[in-house]
Design a protein around this ligand. Structure first.
Ligand SMILES: Nc1ncnc2c1ncn2[C@@H]1O[C@H](COP(=O)(O)OP(=O)(O)OP(=O)(O)O)[C@@H](O)[C@H]1O
Ligand SMILES: [Mg+2]
Length: 293
């Protein structure tokens, strides 16, 4: 009986969070590196379904770095990144679209369906969800010099979001699962960093929270210690100083964009922890790094 009462208490602990977040949108970036393990994948699907059943609206945006990397490697192509963005030539773009919009996206949709949720996969093309423009990357980490401009090829940035399709899916109780592939005004397809899409999406949907799941405990300082809470201005400094580099750069930029657009909270959490999403949403302390205005 005692353990049963304990169970009831655990459920009750979630009550204030359910009350606070009911009817609100939570955008979750599901990282490529956090989704390679089957157990973790199932727990993630369950978490997202639970959110939906308690009246929270999860919107999943996924990456797929390792999956794209493996496919490219099989074809003898090397993966190269600049400030967290994949250098994408025309041939790589086709592979990215096949892997992200096809395989990875449908795997996540099927997994949510298997666990009793309802999910629909989308890219930026579907329902005109988002439009992109070619991205030029500014590297300002070079000391005492002007920023270097790098052309990463078929890499886009989100310039417009039409959230209607997301609202329609919400009406039907479907969980949207978004692959970060989009088109520009001329119909050219672009690869977009998934963090960037998640940040833009959170802003456009006026989400309550943006959760960026990854393969590290959160944002780490120079010594590798986890930073539980941090100001976004300090993050800019840390990026200039090179403490934040590679795949963490688009996350920090996405966090900034989301906060600027009015999203209340952004979290970078460890997707290798089972039920990371539930722990973040339904507990007082949360996990990982919280980024504040
Ligand atoms: N200050 C920092 N703190 C923590 N991680 C950092 C930091 N600077 C750079 N990183 C790197 O960022 C990486 C996470 O980004 P990465 O793009 O590799 O994965 P992801 O975004 O989770 O997955 P995907 O790109 O496939 O969607 C970490 O593995 C780490 O190496
Ligand atoms: Mg990444």
């Amino acid at each position: 009986m005692k353990t049963l009462i304990e169970k009831a208490n655990i459920l009750l602990e979630a009550l204030p969070y359910i009350k606070a977040f009911r009817g609100k949108t939570v955008v979750i970036k599901y990282g490529g590196n956090a989704m390679v393990n089957d157990t973790l994948r199932s727990k993630f699907a369950q978490d997202v379904i639970l959110l939906r059943y308690v009246g929270i609206k999860p919107v999943v945006v996924h990456g797929g770095g390792p999956q794209i990397g493996q496919t490219l490697a099989k074809m003898g192509k090397e993966s190269r990144f600049v400030r967290g963005h994949r250098i994408t030539d025309e041939e790589t773009m086709d592979i990215v679209e096949m892997v992200l919009g096809g395989k990875v996206n449908k795997d996540i949709v099927a997994l949510i369906q298997k666990h009793g949720g309802r999910a629909v996969g989308l890219t930026g093309k579907d329902g005109g969800l988002f439009h992109v423009e070619k991205l030029l990357i500014e590297d300002d980490s070079i000391e005492d010099g002007p920023p270097e401009i790098i052309d990463p090829g078929r890499v886009g940035k989100v310039v417009h979001i039409d959230p209607e399709i997301i609202q329609r899916m919400d009406d039907g109780n479907f969980i949207p699962v978004i692959a970060p592939v989009g088109v520009d005004g001329d119909g050219n397809t672009y690869n977009v960093n998934a963090d960037s899409v998640a940040g833009a999406m959170a802003g456009a949907l006026m989400a309550e929270k943006l959760i960026l799941m990854t393969d590290v405990p959160g944002i780490q300082d120079e010594e590798g210690n986890l930073i539980p809470s941090i100001d976004r201005e300090i993050l800019k400094e840390m990026t200039r100083g090179g403490i934040i580099h590679g795949g963490m750069i688009p996350k920090v930029e996405a966090a900034g964009a989301a906060l600027e657009a009015g999203v209340a909270k952004v979290h970078v959490i460890d997707g290798r922890i089972e039920h990371a999403v539930l722990l973040e949403v339904f507990t007082q302390t949360g996990i990982g790094t919280e980024i504040v205005q």
